[in-house]
Design a protein around this ligand. Structure first.
Ligand SMILES: [Ca+2]
Ligand SMILES: [Ca+2]
Ligand SMILES: [Ca+2]
Length: 326
């Protein structure tokens, strides 16, 4: 939990530092046919956040306690009670639900385990008393329980992957190496969207490489931003990008809603970010992509601050990636 709090505080610091209102002004957008850009010329759209306050966490840290044992959750609830973050009534209720789940898991009764986890998750997501705590935790406990539901086989992971050849990234003058996309996966456990991207070995510089996950959540090319770049024509018949999740060192995961050609709506920095071998791993709450069912079409583009799009995955003209229950 300490890690999450640090990340959250960093995100809040970023929010305070970034002129979000300016970024959301649609008149500030121009189309170059390359990377979606801002007319004030910083070369990226939506604009990258300041790198100040960035917290990098390792892959190992990022996975704790995403698939946490129920015991860890129990411990966190007790700590929250001790620290006065939870009232005794709410803490008791949660500990009771956690105890039920724990006993069901120990008994090996799959049906009872899944029912207990479901009611625990529902309480974490809906109890009014937890609203304040969730605001602090970023619904991290709900994320943990959702991960448990997947690992216990209660719900399927909804997932899809895409690949792209190595060696096809645009050689951009003044940038070396050029981030060459080779793989990406988008998954949903019903609470979080989990995004991973991999670059060809030797082409990944975590200080410059950025990606946009272009998500067509309603799988309708007629809604959202048409296609995969600011020209609004490339792959417009393949992808209607309803949400963009930007991932890279210059930004924590930053999720934008898109209502049309170069027309951003709301944005949020919520989520987690980690540098892994030859790539990134990030999570964003499903609530930021319209509480989508997780079944979606997607493509991924790479770039650096100030460049056009350097690689498209899958290549232009190819079908988009699609997620489905595992
Ligand atoms: Ca590539
Ligand atoms: Ca769409
Ligand atoms: Ca969907």
């Amino acid at each position: 939990m300490r890690i999450r709090l640090i990340v959250l505080m960093a995100a809040l610091a970023l929010l305070a530092a970034v002129p979000v209102a300016r970024a959301e002004d649609p008149t500030d957008i121009t189309s170059t046919g390359g990377e979606l850009v801002e007319s004030d010329g910083d070369g990226t759209f939506p604009p990258a956040a300041s790198s100040g306050g960035l917290v990098e966490i390792s892959a190992a840290q990022a996975s704790i306690p995403r698939a946490a044992s129920i015991v860890e959750l129990q411990r966190e609830i007790r700590l929250a009670l001790r620290d006065g973050e939870l009232s005794p009534q709410v803490a008791d209720h949660l500990l009771d639900l956690v105890g039920q789940a724990s006993r069901a898991m120990a008994s090996g009764d799959e049906e009872r385990t899944c029912a207990a986890l479901e009611s625990l998750l529902e309480t974490l997501q809906t109890a009014v008393d937890l609203e304040r705590l969730n605001a602090v935790l970023g619904d991290a406990w709900a994320s943990d329980v959702a991960a448990l539901q997947v690992s216990m086989g209660c719900i399927p992971l909804i997932t899809g992957s895409v690949t792209d050849p190595a060696g096809d990234a645009t050689d951009w003058a003044g940038l070396d190496p050029d981030p060459d996309l080779v793989s990406a996966t988008v998954s949903s456990n019903g609470v979080d969207l989990i995004l991973t991207v991999g670059f060809a070995p030797g082409t990944f510089d975590e200080s410059t490489a950025m990606v946009d996950f272009l998500l067509d959540t309603d799988q309708d090319t007629a809604t959202g931003h048409p296609g995969t770049d600011a020209g609004c024509t490339r792959d417009a018949s393949v992808l209607g990008t309803d949400f963009i999740v930007k991932v890279g060192v210059a930004t924590l995961p930053q999720t934008w809603s898109m209502s049309g050609c170069n027309a951003p709506g709301t944005s949020s920095f919520a989520g987690t970010f980690a540098v892994v071998e030859n790539g990134y791993e990030a999570t964003v709450p499903i609530s930021l992509i319209g509480a989508d069912d997780g079944v979606l079409n997607f493509k991924v583009i790479s770039f650096a601050v100030g460049t056009n799009v350097l690689d498209y995955m899958p290549d232009t003209g190819l079908a988009s990636g699609v997620t489905a229950p595992e």
